[in-house]
Ligand binder design. Structure first.
Ligand SMILES: [Zn+2]
Length: 112
């Protein structure tokens, strides 16, 4: 069953994604400029991969946000990009950049 969102809901998610995208982009810019960006207050979706350097984490986070901005309003929105399972709406409201269901994230985490 396709996930239908009201225009207001889509607008709110779009705003959340844009705000988070600017936040992450700003941190990445500051980090790359060696201005000691404070990373501790930003939890990224890749925390389970300890091998990643901070700027790689931020780049991946930004990529996730941009990909979510593209998915929003399309058929792919709200579906796991790996297994196509529906991602619970509450999770998407909390983290609109979420691209995978918890099961796939757990599988992926186990590989690293
Ligand atoms: Zn999945």
């Amino acid at each position: 069953m396709p996930i239908t969102l009201t225009p207001g809901h889509i607008n709110r998610l779009r705003r959340d994604l844009a705000r988070k995208g600017m936040e992450v982009n700003g941190k990445l810019t500051r980090l790359l400029a060696n201005m000691n960006a404070r990373l501790l207050d930003l939890k990224t979706p890749d925390e389970q991969k300890p091998g990643l350097r901070p700027e790689e984490k931020l780049r991946r986070y930004l990529d996730k946000i941009i990909a979510a901005q593209r998915r929003l309003g399309t058929e792919g929105w709200g579906k796991c990009v790996t297994c196509q399972a529906e991602i619970p709406q509450a999770q998407l409201d909390d983290s609109p950049w979420k691209a995978e269901c918890d099961r796939c994230l757990a599988d992926e985490g186990a590989l690293f």
